[in-house]
Write a protein that binds this ligand. Structure first.
Ligand SMILES: [Fe+2]
Length: 142
């Protein structure tokens, strides 16, 4: 594959990841607002932290797209965000969101073969998504 084609494919994958981060940011901010009941006390700050993390990840990905000479998307991924006030449903949505993010970054990493700095940056995000999958799984089973 030529370098240019490879870069274009990478930019398109990074844009998909960026759209997912923007979706995650909105979803977590929404759930932080609407989570009800006894679990609100710890889940509100948890969702807020996840929203901030998605924002930071999105910034990193956007900068990477710019570095590669690409144009970053400005619209979030179109997958609907399920409105609920039920914390269990929120955690299920969170798990699906984090698993998709982890898979997306895992695929991106396979395509970054000649840019160590970018590989490291994306790998840090990938590890963070894996930690989130682990964390949400524990919250669901507790
Ligand atoms: Fe993320």
């Amino acid at each position: 594959m030529s370098d240019q084609t490879n870069d274009e494919q990478l930019i398109s994958q990074l844009n998909r990841a960026l759209g997912l981060e923007m979706r995650a940011e909105v979803m977590y901010a929404h759930y932080a607002t609407y989570v009800r009941g006894i679990h609100r006390l710890h889940l509100k700050p948890y969702f807020e932290t996840e929203a901030s993390e998605s924002f930071v990840h999105g910034n990193t990905v956007r900068n990477a797209i710019n570095q590669l000479g690409g144009e970053a998307v400005t619209v979030r991924d179109a997958a609907p965000i399920r409105h609920t006030t039920n914390y269990k449903e929120m955690l299920e949505e969170s798990l699906a969101t984090e698993q998709l993010a982890a898979n997306t970054y895992s695929n991106i990493l396979e395509n970054i073969t000649e840019n160590d700095e970018l590989h490291d940056e994306i790998e840090q995000i990938y590890f963070a998504e894996l930690r989130s999958v682990e964390e949400v799984s524990q919250l669901i089973s507790s």
